[in-house]
Design a protein around this ligand. Structure first.
Ligand SMILES: [Mn+2]
Length: 382
């Protein structure tokens, strides 16, 4: 059988996304006085670059949110420039689109991605319009983030018109396909459902925005690579990485994991509080972000149990957060009472952290007076 040239070509694409450089969190500094979580994001990015050097793909693609902000810090910009210098020297084309985080919200400010224009192997798409990045055997159809939804439709049509069947066609976007992949962020773009038929005309559709790796619904060639780190502690995924796409013999997708700081979840059942505490295993929490859920809590227990006591059980963790869940018992007359009490407890905890002893005593009294108006006398038998 006659094989076309395109089929004989080795076509490996490395797809990563949502690197959010410059993100910081948790108020913990590392040895170099850099926010530890910010450093974690740089580390995740560096891991992908190391893999790129090893894998030597034919193309590298990034589907948006390179930076966490449209006005990144000097450190984030400097880091990105150093990394892009490394990528540029590999002589592998790198195609990058803007996501909602790196697109200015007004037309008055200049898009940050413009700083990479000088690199010979880096192809950028940030002008809020369709852009075709074409090579001998492959076309990257890029649709960067657009602030104006009504303009997006005409750009999708432009993309469709530019499909060239004699080449491989790759579509790159930063959006939610359907409402499922919305991130509850400013300016998110939902790809119009009635245009999803275009996906079938592509060899691969590379998506950014959703922070978990995965195939999109019934579309066998549409994938989110996921983010390289978690931008929220609500993101419990301990697996982050990138996608290795091979178009040599049909579409072949391999997800590759990188090493990130884990979130470890622990539970304390307050019905057997002492016993539950003694059973807590801290051996897997070194350098981890630990989340302790204390549940079946009574209002009285909630006053006795100090966050600091729980935190001290995980001395090697990077950070410990505590979630309190109250017990809902049958003789509980009103849920509102419990919530008022727990709110009081939260207030007092908060004040304690930020004030000296005398000030704390004064404020504590005030808070108790205020809450007394809403509270009924608590029942010890609860
Ligand atoms: Mn993102």
């Amino acid at each position: 059988m006659f094989k076309t040239l395109v089929e004989e070509l080795s076509l490996k694409i490395l797809h990563f996304s949502d690197t959010h450089l410059g993100f910081n969190d948790l108020d913990v500094l590392n040895d170099e006085n850099i926010n530890q979580r910010e450093a974690d994001f740089y580390d995740a990015f560096s891991q992908v670059i190391k893999q790129i050097i090893e894998i030597k793909p034919d193309y590298i693609i990034h589907t948006g949110d390179l930076f966490h902000r449209s006005h990144p810090s000097n450190r984030a910009i400097t880091f990105a420039l150093e990394q892009f210098q490394i990528i540029n020297e590999l002589d592998i084309p790198f195609i990058l689109i803007a996501g909602n985080h790196s697109t200015p919200r007004t037309n008055l400010s200049s898009p940050i991605l413009k700083i990479f224009e000088g690199f010979k192997n880096i192809h950028l798409s940030y002008n809020q319009e369709y852009k075709k990045v074409e090579f001998e055997h492959i076309i990257f159809h890029t649709l960067p983030h657009m602030n104006d939804d009504s303009k997006a439709l005409s750009q999708i049509e432009l993309c469709e018109a530019n499909i060239d069947k004699s080449k491989k066609n790759i579509m790159m976007m930063h959006c939610s396909v359907g409402a499922f992949y919305l991130m509850q962020e400013f300016g998110e773009w939902v790809f119009p459902t009635d245009k999803e038929y275009i996906f079938k005309m592509m060899d691969y559709v590379a998506l950014g925005h959703w922070h978990g790796f995965g195939q999109v619904g019934k579309h066998e060639n549409v994938f989110y690579s996921g983010s390289t780190e978690r931008t929220s502690l609500n993101d419990k995924r301990n697996s982050k990485g990138f996608v290795h796409v091979s178009l040599e013999d049909g579409l072949e997708i391999k997800y590759k994991e990188i090493n990130i700081r884990p979130i470890i979840q622990k539970e304390v059942n307050c019905e057997e509080y002492e016993n539950a505490l003694s059973k807590l295993d801290a051996s897997d929490t070194k350098d981890a972000i630990v989340e302790v859920r204390i549940f079946n809590l009574t209002p009285l227990q909630s006053i006795d149990i100090q966050n600091a006591d729980i935190k001290n059980l995980f001395p090697k963790a990077l950070h410990v957060s505590i979630k309190r869940e109250f017990k809902h018992s049958a003789n509980e007359s009103s849920v509102e009472d419990v919530e008022a009490l727990s709110l009081e407890e939260y207030f007092i905890e908060h004040i304690k952290e930020d004030s000296d002893e005398r000030e704390f005593d004064r404020l504590k009294k005030k808070i108790q007076e205020l809450f007394a108006e809403y509270e009924e006398v608590s029942d010890d038998t609860l």
